[in-house]
Structures are given as structure tokens and as C-alpha cells.
Design a protein around this ligand. Structure first.
Ligand code: OOG
Ligand code: NI
Length: 297
């Protein structure tokens, strides 16, 4: 089972690295500054997917893949302004990343936008995950990187984007990994806080999302996050038209040690001793990493 999960995760990371050159850029800068020896030294805090909340798709469909691999569904988050819902999933073992899956509340959008979205998603007439052999990593990898509906037109993409940049992103990018997340708290001194890691990133020329400030902090002070601004990809739309649109980005997370474990020596601190889960207020701003308010800054 874990071999299948590992292969699926590796497949996701391979495509993601191809689409987001900043991933290798950051890894190389980390190696150059001796923060890590190799890419494998990085702890992946979590990965994230975006979905369309329509019948046969959305969270209820995509989550089946990861529930099958032993992930457990945890907290629910709601984003009223962005019209999104999300859940996070705890991995079957601590060496695997958490998963964050969000979903567009399609029914909450205007009839015109709903009509555009369903003109694509109605091509999916049954839950595609039910038709998959989830023990076949190759089949799952192919599914996560294949078109669920026809290529969108540039006109539809632009119309969607005016009401929901998230909707436009999903219509084009589908289940491509939205981001992976570097855990910074286990890095060496000087780099093991979000504040210091952000300094390192900016010194090396990486552009950070500044929506709500570059550091997003949970009210309990235990979860601090930052992210790059999404990289642009050359997207081919219906009729072969090519336009530059937002692809994926990279996130950074610092999970502080919980007060009840503050007395533990540093070398005994494990994942279970740190702040778990996510934070709606942080996430709300991290979503904007792919929004034009950030990418066109
Ligand atoms: C997800 C944004 C939220 C987090 O860690 O809170 C998030 C997205 O952009 O799809 O990643
Ligand atoms: Ni995230």
C-alpha cells in the first residue's frame, strides 16, 4: 500500500517540478547555502489540490483516492468570500505529507458562471475515481494528470476569472498539484522560522505572496505560513490559442512546539508535539498566490 502511495506522490512531484521551475530554484539555493544536502532532506508539510464542487467531482470524489491509501479526513474550513470549502487529511504515517483539498461552491456563483462551469463538468457522467484501480499507481498518476473535460476556450476562462479566479484556475489546471510545502521548523538555525526563511527566499530573488502580509499567522501563534507567487505557464486553450496563466506555487510552513511540550529537548521533538492542522485565516490569503492581484504585482 505505501509503495503505491509513494509512487503516486512521486508522480505528482515530478509533474509539479516540471511546471514550477521555482521548486528546483529553491532546492538549489538551499543546497548552495548548505541548508540541506539534497532534495530528499526536505520535509513536505502538505500538498494541496483544488476541485469543482459539482456532482461526480469535488472533494467527495478526489478524497477517495487518499482515503484508500490510509489518509484520515480531519477539519473542515469555509471561505465565504471566495465561495470555497476545504478539508485536510492526516497521512497514514508521519513521513507522508498532509493533504489539503478545497472545492468551489459552484451553486453559490451566478447562473452565467454556473452554466459555463457545468458545460465542461457535465462531460463527466460518473465519478471517475470509482472507475479507477486505486492500487495501480500508474493509473492514478495518469488520472491526476489527464483532462476530465475538453480544453476551455480563452473567452470562458476570462469570464470565469472575473467572478472566481479559483474557478478559472481549476477549469484549466484541474488536479495538477497546486503546491507542495517546505517545513521550515526542522531546518538548521537561521532558517528554521518563517521570518528567517522568507529573508533567505527574497535574498535569492523569489517573490512572496504579500496578501494580508508575507507571514500568515494563526490566532494561536502556532502555525506560520508564507508562499511564493504562482509561476505563469503557457496554456494552450481551445483552437490552439496560447495565453500565459497562473500555474502552481510553493508554500512554507513553521509549526511551533505546543506549550505542553515546550520542556522537551529539541532532539526529542516530533510532528505530534507541534501545532497540527490548518487555519482558515491563513489559507484565505494563501489561495491568492494564484490570483492576478499577486501574479501581476
Ligand atoms: C490552497 C490555499 C490554502 C493552506 O495551507 O492553508 C493552503 C490553495 O491555494 O488551493 O494551502
Ligand atoms: Ni497550503
Amino acid at each position: 500500500m505505501s509503495i503505491v502511495l509513494e509512487n503516486v506522490l512521486n508522480g505528482l512531484m515530478t509533474r509539479y517540478k516540471e511546471r514550477v521551475p521555482d521548486v528546483s530554484g529553491i532546492i538549489n539555493a538551499m543546497i548552495k547555502e548548505n541548508i540541506i544536502q539534497q532534495a530528499g532532506d526536505i520535509e513536505n508539510d502538505h500538498i494541496a489540490f483544488r476541485t469543482m464542487g459539482v456532482p461526480h467531482l469535488g472533494v467527495q470524489s478526489l478524497e477517495k483516492i487518499f482515503l484508500h491509501y490510509g489518509y484520515e479526513k480531519r477539519d473542515y474550513y469555509h471561505f465565504p468570500e471566495k465561495k470555497l470549502d476545504a478539508y485536510w487529511y492526516a497521512p497514514p504515517a508521519p513521513q507522508y505529507p498532509r493533504i489539503f483539498i478545497s472545492e468551489l461552491r459552484v451553486k453559490d456563483l451566478s447562473p452565467e458562471i454556473q452554466q459555463i462551469i457545468t458545460s465542461y463538468t457535465n462531460e463527466v457522467t460518473g465519478d471517475p475515481v470509482d472507475a479507477l484501480n486505486l492500487d495501480d499507481a500508474g493509473a492514478v498518476d495518469q488520472f491526476l494528470h489527464s483532462g476530465l473535460w475538453r480544453l476551455p476556450t480563452w473567452h470562458d476562462f476570462e469570464t470565469l476569472g472575473k467572478q472566481s479566479e479559483y474557478a478559472a484556475w481549476v477549469i484549466y489546471n484541474r488536479y495538477y498539484l497546486n503546491h507542495f510545502t517546505i517545513s521550515v521548523h526542522n531546518l538548521k538555525d537561521g532558517y528554521n522560522t518563517i521570518a528567517r526563511f522568507n529573508e533567505f527566499l527574497e535574498r535569492n530573488g523569489f517573490k512572496l505572496n504579500n496578501a494580508g502580509g508575507k507571514i500568515k499567522t494563526s490566532p494561536d501563534g502556532g502555525l506560520l505560513q508564507s508562499s511564493t507567487v504562482a509561476e505563469m505557464i503557457d496554456a494552450t486553450f481551445a483552437g490552439g490559442e496560447v495565453h500565459s496563466i497562473s500555474g502552481s506555487y510553493i508554500e512554507f510552513a513553521e509549526r511551533r512546539v505546543l506549550a505542553q511540550f515546550a520542556h522537551l529537548p529539541k532532539d526529542q521533538i516530533q510532528r505530534i508535539h507541534r501545532r497540527e492542522g490548518f487555519e482558515a485565516g491563513n489559507a484565505d490569503k494563501i489561495f491568492e498566490s494564484t490570483y492576478s492581484s499577486q501574479t501581476k504585482r
